[in-house]
Write a protein that binds this ligand. Structure first.
Ligand code: ZN
Length: 150
């Protein structure tokens, strides 16, 4: 992973070792499970929504470094945003990691999420970097069945 750069490594490792918003959320409005069989990542996302705003969000699970760091940075990135803004952020992120879209192009700024832009070069890792996002979407939509990347 050395070719992903030092900034990427540093931020990723920091969030992997000390994940933010990690743990179950009491009285969550939405909960969803996701798994990425290719890598063995398992994640559960909890979300609280009030007046169309994501007031709180957390995750728990057992995942690889990329999956865990993404879930941690994702929760930080969407907390306090409207559901629409959170979805727009995911769309932009998805375009960047799957289509190689320029992160500075139109759409909301990715902020810390931009460190995952290089993941697009490793197709197997893209699933690690989008699992928590798909699971968040399912939690927002109250989808009962678990999300899988396969
Ligand atoms: Zn993974």
């Amino acid at each position: 992973m050395s070719d992903l750069g030092d900034l990427y490594q540093e931020l990723l490792l920091d969030h992997y070792r000390r994940p933010r918003n990690c743990g179950a959320l009491d009285d969550a409005d939405g909960v969803a499970d996701g798994n990425n069989p290719l890598c063995g990542d398992v994640v559960r996302v909890f979300v609280k929504v009030k007046g169309g705003v994501v007031t709180d969000v957390s995750f728990e699970g057992s995942s690889c470094a990329i999956s865990t760091a993404l879930a941690s940075i994702m929760t930080e990135s969407v907390k306090g945003k409207s559901v629409e803004q959170a979805r727009a952020l995911f769309r932009k992120f998805h375009n960047v990691v799957t289509q190689g879209a320029d992160p500075s192009e139109n759409g909301p700024p990715l902020g810390k999420l931009e460190v995952f832009a290089g993941v697009g070069k490793f197709p197997a890792r893209v699933k690690c970097a989008t699992l928590a996002w798909h699971t968040l979407e399912a939690a927002l939509e109250h989808k009962p069945e678990p999300v899988t990347t396969e």
